[in-house]
Design a protein around this ligand. Structure first.
Ligand code: NAD
Ligand code: ZN
Length: 357
């Protein structure tokens, strides 16, 4: 048996208002003439947050367009522009949801690796470390702040740049930054974390490392979405730690059925990660009975809209494409159903699951 030996994030700062320490944190990493590049979720354009960014000398703020999930062409465009303008940069700081964090990780890597980010979609293909990179989440749930991947849609696949060079050098976990997230969005991204926990805890790859983090993350999700009458500051604090712990849990296990099916949706229809997982989770009673029951309770209690009928009217060819993408997620299926998963999850069974969504 070969045990996974994985790279973690370098430094972590946590607490309300810790964003104010950013200047001090960045200072030792500044190189003469090379800017720090702040890649900020476009939601914050014209808001107060950009005014709090500690700009020095030729530092730049770029607003990240996250209308769709990150694409390899967008990463390449940003990295090429920065290389042409500055040669290199002191660092890339991603401030935003999972999409912006993934973009920041990918742009950092592409500052020092030749070719297109599409060349590195896969496992351990990245050749050189990126430039210094920092992640500042403004939504909680994806675990992108701790993961060793950056999910990108490329010309032929939706797959991350998985590598030991991918994790952030520093993350800044300031729950205050998630305060203004809209109720539905907060739920979808929060459920990404809840679903990570269920898939990890119910999976065949589970070990005590993964279980310890998964159980804690699940407990925090329950505090936020099951036990509380209404959202409060504490909910933001708890969900940020749930996201971190959920990410640590899947670092040593794997996600499962909801993610495998949701990847197909997202590839074909552009459905966003959090909402796609929610659409799928509602139909997974046969795989995760208790988790699905609780998930439905949380949807109702928090009065969340989950889209229905997203696969109505699709052609056979479109169903086949989604099934191909989903079936390609082998480690997810193996985690969920065991080594003989192919005998359990047939193309016909998957087709009837997609038809229900
Ligand atoms: P997101 O980053 O796609 O953002 C969703 C929406 O919320 C956007 O419109 C954004 O502008 C807005 N937003 C962000 N912060 C806000 C705030 N504080 N207030 C108001 N609006 C805000 O959403 P997400 O669910 O955090 O991330 C999903 C992405 O993360 C997907 O691209 C997915 O592939 C990726 N992901 C990556 C990993 C990983 O390990 N790298 C894991 C899971 C998901
Ligand atoms: Zn996820």
């Amino acid at each position: 048996m070969k045990f996974r030996n994985f790279k973690l994030v370098g430094y972590v700062v946590y607490g309300r208002g810790c964003f104010n320490q950013l200047d001090e944190i960045l200072s030792p990493h500044r190189k003469a003439g090379q800017p720090m590049v702040f890649l900020v979720d476009h939601f914050f354009e014209g808001k107060e947050l950009p005014n709090r960014i500690p700009l020095r000398e030729n530092d730049v703020i770029l607003f990240a367009d996250v209308t769709t999930e990150p694409k390899t062409i967008y990463v390449d465009e940003l990295a090429t522009r920065l290389r042409q303008e500055y040669g290199s940069v002191s660092g890339v700081i991603g401030i935003g949801g999972g999409s912006t964090l993934d973009l920041a990780k990918a742009v950092s890597l592409m500052m020092n690796n030749p070719g297109s980010s599409a060349d590195y979609q896969g496992w351990d293909l990245v050749k050189f470390p990126g430039v210094y990179k920092v992640g500042v989440p403004t939504l909680s749930g994806t675990g992108a702040e701790v993961s060793r991947t950056t999910v990108l849609t490329g010309p032929t696949k939706k797959l991350g740049m998985n590598s030991d060079f991918t994790p952030f050098d520093q993350i800044v976990l300031d729950p205050e930054l998630t305060r203004d997230a809209p109720v539905n969005q907060r739920f979808y991204t929060g459920m990404d974390c809840y679903i990570h926990c269920i898939e990890s805890l119910e999976g065949t790859f589970l070990n005590e490392f993964s279980k310890s983090y998964g159980e804690k993350a699940l407990e925090l999700c329950r505090k936020v979405f099951v036990e509380k009458e209404r959202w409060d500051e504490g909910s933001d604090d708890q969900l940020m730690m749930a996201s971190y712990a959920g990410g640590m849990s899947i670092a040593y296990s794997q996600v499962g059925v909801a993610h495998a099916v949701s990847y197909g949706l997202s590839y074909l229809l552009g459905t966003k990660h959090g909402i796609g997982n929610c659409i799928v989770m509602a139909h997974l009673e046969e795989f995760y009975p208790a988790g699905v029951r609780e998930f439905k309770y949380m949807v109702e209690k928090n009065q969340i809209d989950i889209p229905k009928g997203v696969c109505h009217g699709l052609t056979d060819e479109q169903f086949e494409r989604m099934i191909d993408v989903s079936m390609g997620m082998k480690p997810l299926w193996e985690n969920a159903l065991g080594k003989d998963w192919e005998t359990k999850m047939t193309r016909d069974r998957l087709r009837s699951l997609y038809e229900k969504l």
